[in-house]
Design a protein around this ligand. Structure first.
Ligand code: FPP
Length: 249
């Protein structure tokens, strides 16, 4: 059965988080090096960013480099960093044209200096854009973020700035690197893997998950539309019963 991609414009997910997976396998299938897959993945990044903005998505978070990715062969890590620098440099103008604000989450200070500088400039140039936020998770892992948040809260407690009773979900959410971003409504992972790989663990407590076999370099706007159409068929209950949810509709 063909998938219905007629989208309800009033139920577009406000925040979509993506795990862009399958670049290596895509390249291997063609007898090429893994980096070839990453290079082609950039076109998917562009297509999906444009597609999300067109639909009225407000926040798009892309898992571009995890803390664990540092363990990959040096040649691949270097190639990914170079690709990142080049892409940001080349695409800042497109971000401006499309009114997209670039931001990051993660340990950006562990990235190569030229990468940090390129990011700084693009973030500064696009900071007043209001159509959509494009958030790159770079040297990011959710456990790192949670550990950081616990340390920050412990410090504040130690200095008498907060009491034990002040520690609640809101305080923890407000101490994470995602503090200014609403929780994802929809998480998409490509390439047939069914894992969340240390991504936005706290924030995705009630996100809808969508997994597709499509490899990231092949992922295009129509696949994004399919994911959203699938999301719109679901009932988000947030722990309530189906009856309770339909009562408030
Ligand atoms: C996962 O595929 C992909 C990555 C670790 C990197 C994603 C990076 C890009 C798409 C390019 C640069 C991004 C931006 C934002 C400009 P994989 O290598 O794990 O694939 P595999 O599972 O098939 O080995």
């Amino acid at each position: 059965m063909p998938i219905d991609t007629t989208l309800d414009k009033n139920r577009i997910p406000r925040h979509i988080a993506v795990i862009m997976d399958g670049n290596g396998r895509w390249a291997k299938k063609q007898g090429k090096f893994r980096v070839f897959g990453h290079q082609h993945g950039v076109q998917s990044v562009k297509d999906i960013t444009e597609g999300a903005a067109e639909l009225g998505v407000e926040y798009l978070t892309l898992y571009a480099f995890s803390t664990e990715n540092w363990n990959r062969p040096k040649i691949e890590v270097n190639a990914l960093m170079t690709l990142l620098v080049k892409t940001i440099k080349r695409e800042t103008e497109t971000l401006m044209k499309n009114q997209i604000r670039l931001t990051t989450i993660g340990q950006v200070d562990t990235l190569p200096k030229d990468c940090q500088e390129e990011l700084r400039q693009a973030i500064e140039a696009t900071k007043d854009n209001t159509r959509m936020a494009l958030i790159l998770a770079l040297s990011y892992s959710a456990k790192w973020d949670i550990v950081n948040s616990v340390k920050e809260i412990a410090q504040r407690y130690k200095h008498g700035e907060i009491a034990l009773e002040d520690i609640d979900e809101e305080l923890i959410s407000g101490s994470l690197s995602t503090r200014t971003i609403p929780d994802p409504d929809l998480m998409i992972r490509t390439s047939g893997e069914h894992r969340i790989s240390n991504y936005l663990l706290w924030e995705m407590a009630y996100s809808e998950f969508y997994f597709t076999d499509v490899l990231w370099p092949d992922f295009r706007k129509e696949h994004l539309h399919e994911a959203i159409a699938n999301y719109q068929q679901r009932e988000r209950r947030f722990g309530k019963t189906g009856e309770q949810v339909s009562e408030v509709k």
